[in-house]
Each structure stands twice: as structure tokens, then as C-alpha cells.
Design a protein around this ligand. Structure first.
Ligand SMILES: [Fe+2]
Length: 125
């Protein structure tokens, strides 16, 4: 049984999918079950920081990765930043060379953020 907004990765080809409709089936890619990614929330023991930092702005919110800016090199970068806000999801895809941050022009009572690092996986705040 899958759940809405879960993120799965294929251990063979690297495909990553996000659930936009949950059901009873198992997700399969390259003839193998896909791996459910669990978001890390604690980078306090690591030199490199990945936990999203959410700040209010005039237009909405800005999400920075992380408390010390994450590298954005071709071999190691943040692929996307997502926020879940009052039941809606918003995502910004990033490229090497971009700033490791995203601004979303929204107003919501409940905001959580997630990001995906190509080397270190899924993180949340
Ligand atoms: Fe990383």
C-alpha cells in the first residue's frame, strides 16, 4: 500500500517517482521493487548541511539548503526543493550552478519542506 507524496527510487536505473495517487500496488522499475525513500531530518553531526531552512519573505517563503549553503557542483547538487503547504505541493527543480534555494509565493498555515541531494538523498524540515 502506497501513500500520497511518498517518493520511491529505482536501485538499478535511478528513476525517482512521487506518488500523486496512492493505491494497493507495489511500484516496480527495471524488474525490481522500488525503494521507498525516508527523509532525513537531522544533519547536526555532519559537516555538510542538508536540512531545509524555511524563512518567511514579503511574497511567501524561501527555502534554503541547509544552514550552510549546500554545494551546487555537477557531481553533487540539490536536484529539487519541494514544499507541502496546506495540502498543496510546490516544487522547484535546480541545476548545478543555481543557488541551493527556492522562493514560493504562497501563504499557508502549515508548511513542510523536502529536498533531494543527488549524493545524499532525501531530507525534510
Ligand atoms: Fe549533499
Amino acid at each position: 500500500m502506497t501513500k500520497l507524496n511518498e517518493i520511491y527510487r529505482c536501485s538499478v536505473c535511478g528513476n525517482i517517482v512521487e506518488l500523486v495517487h496512492a493505491s494497493v500496488g507495489k511500484l516496480v522499475c527495471c524488474d525490481k521493487p522500488m525503494e521507498l525513500l525516508q527523509a532525513n531530518a537531522d544533519d547536526s553531526g555532519a559537516t555538510e548541511k542538508h536540512v531545509p531552512v524555511i524563512e518567511k519573505t514579503e511574497k511567501g517563503v524561501r527555502v534554503k539548503i541547509g544552514s550552510v549553503a549546500h554545494p551546487m557542483e555537477p557531481a553533487h547538487f540539490i536536484e529539487w526543493i519541494e514544499i507541502l503547504a496546506d495540502g498543496q505541493s510546490y516544487k522547484k527543480f535546480l541545476q548545478p550552478g543555481d543557488a541551493p534555494e527556492a522562493e514560493f509565493c504562497i501563504s499557508a498555515a502549515e508548511i513542510t519542506a523536502r529536498e533531494y541531494c543527488n549524493l545524499h538523498g532525501l531530507w525534510k524540515a
